[in-house]
Ligand binder design. Structure first.
Ligand SMILES: N[C@@H](CCC(=O)N[C@@H](CS)C(=O)NCC(=O)O)C(=O)O
Length: 251
């Protein structure tokens, strides 16, 4: 569990549940769905990634990885969206989001790890297929990120994106192979469970993955080879928690 000993006085002073997040971030959407599914009251701190609000000194004290989301619960900072949703399920009343059976629990943990490992590919595909048309990043923007202390991996990614050359094409090609492999594993799991990824009931594996599947659809990514994933995605995005947290969410 990624509990972070933050030196942020802002975070330490917070009472209740506070989410630092961005409206279109799939990792943030994952946490908002978990909060809605559990019925947890939370306060929003919208971090506008487009204007670099995640790179300010105040936010870097809360999350030194310079990413959203970050959850603060009674002054304790929890990072990593998949750890945050597990934390929310364990800490709060409401419908349990982990299945009861040991085999399903093990499968859910593997699926959550599979979703965590998909983030680099989802990010590359989002930039290639969605953001490229609307977001131009200059070499000076990238140098600016490095100058304010953004982690090297974020800076390298943005440099490749801004240059749009062979290194970027390589990232996108790797992302396509990676995502197809992971979607194949979801298809196999759904063949076994029938409806939800998590097991007999909707749960953490569904929450963890639906934001990725929804993003791939927004990207126009071809998932026709995965009919069970398509049907599952339709059912999951129709849930009230998904609508409140994602499709109808306004920051
Ligand atoms: N492993 C992290 C990944 C978080 C992440 O990559 N967040 C993205 C938005 S979905 C972000 O803040 N990106 C900022 C950037 O790339 O500059 C998690 O699951 O919380």
């Amino acid at each position: 569990m990624a509990v972070y000993s933050s030196r942020s006085a802002e975070a330490a002073a917070l009472k209740g549940v506070h989410l630092y997040h961005f409206v279109f971030s799939n990792c943030s959407q994952r946490v908002r769905i978990a909060l809605e599914a559990k019925g947890v009251a939370w306060q929003s701190h919208h971090v506008d990634l487009a204007s670099g609000a995640h790179l300010t000194p105040g936010y870097l004290e809360i999350n030194p990885n310079a990413v959203v989301p970050s959850l603060v619960h009674d002054g304790t900072v929890i990072l990593e969206s998949n750890d945050i949703i597990a934390y929310i399920d364990a800490q709060f009343d409401g419908p349990p989001l982990m299945p009861a059976g040991a085999d399903d629990r093990e499968a859910v943990q593997k699926l959550i790890d599979l979703a965590s490992g998909a983030q680099a590919a989802i990010k590359a595909l989002s930039h290639e297929l969605l953001f490229k048309r609307v977001r131009k990043v200059s070499a000076a923007d990238v140098d600016g990120m490095a100058a304010v202390g953004a982690p090297a991996a974020l800076v390298d990614f943005m440099r490749d994106f801004s240059e749009d050359g062979a290194a970027w094409a390589e990232r996108v090609a790797r992302a396509r192979t990676d995502i197809d492999e992971r979607l194949g594993q979801l298809e196999a799991r759904l063949a076994h469970t029938g409806h939800w990824l998590s097991g007999p009931e909707f749960g953490l594996a569904d929450i963890s993955w639906v934001v990725n599947a929804f993003r791939l659809q927004q990207c126009g990514y071809d998932i026709a080879r995965y009919p069970r994933v398509i049907a599952w995605c339709r059912a999951t995005t129709a849930l009230p928690a998904f609508k409140r947290a994602v499709s109808e969410y306004k920051p």
